[in-house]
Design a protein around this ligand. Structure first.
Ligand code: DC
Length: 224
């Protein structure tokens, strides 16, 4: 069974997906991490982020692997081409580069195929931007998770501080979030848009636990 969780950056998708997966005994797939890997590898190879052919080639040829540990639905490590990029893909430079890298059809086709292969292998909570619309249009549960811009910036600052990577300047993070939303929503290929049958949850007014409970309820109804 697939639970698709889409929404803009900083809406709480990762924390919510992790807890939902833990409650239901599902695995979790962070598709944003895969686009971040492509952006990182492009910078590493000196490829222009505008070069669709080069980025498509990277997406088709470099292996992206997630490292898991028992009892934790969230991957503890991410590798591309055998190189551990767990922290390297969370820097402000990657934040700035990833929208462009993820806008190319050639990149999306290669990664969507991988995501479908991974998801079909079991019960997954899959988080991203196009999971309910493109990757798993038949997902049993589709959630479109949002929060106000300010709340999302506040959460991203806290997350960056905890991880020790990325900016912790509120105004800088807020500006980056607004800019990335615009790019993600306005791109031609699979823009950030809610599926017609997605349940919209605005997490600004709810605690994470309340959002998790709402989604687990939806999953139980879908299972029944
Ligand atoms: O969720 P995130 O912030 O780690 O995502 C990084 C970028 O990847 C984001 O700018 C949008 C893009 N993305 C995408 O286009 N499709 C997805 N399914 C997931 C992420």
């Amino acid at each position: 069974m697939i639970i698709a969780i889409d929404g803009p950056s900083g809406a709480g998708k990762s924390s919510v997906s992790k807890e939902v997966a833990r409650n239901l005994g599902f695995s979790m797939l962070d598709t944003g991490a895969m686009y971040r890997c492509i952006a990182w590898q492009a910078l590493q190879n000196g490829a222009s982020l505008d070069d669709e052919a080069a980025l498509g080639e990277i997406a088709r040829t470099y292996d992206i692997e997630f490292e898991h540990e028992a009892g934790n639905p969230q991957a503890v490590g991410v590798l591309i081409g055998g190189v551990d990029v767990t922290s390297a893909i969370r820097t402000a430079e990657i934040d700035r580069s990833v929208s462009k890298a993820s806008s190319h059809v050639a990149v999306r086709e290669a990664l969507v195929a991988q995501q479908q292969r991974i998801g079909r292998a079991g019960d997954y909570v899959v988080e991203g931007r196009d999971i309910g619309t493109v990757v798993f249009p038949d997902a049993a549960v589709k959630v479109f998770l949002t929060a106000s811009n300010e709340e999302r910036a506040r959460r991203r600052v806290a997350q960056n501080a905890e991880r020790g990577v990325g900016s912790t300047d509120f105004d800088e993070v807020l500006a980056a979030i607004v800019r990335r939303d615009e790019l993600d929503s306005s791109r031609a290929a699979s823009p950030l848009v809610a599926a017609d049958d997605a349940v919209h949850i605005d997490s600004t007014a709810f605690t994470m636990q309340e959002v998790v409970e709402q989604i687990c309820e939806l999953a139980k109804k879908a299972q029944a």
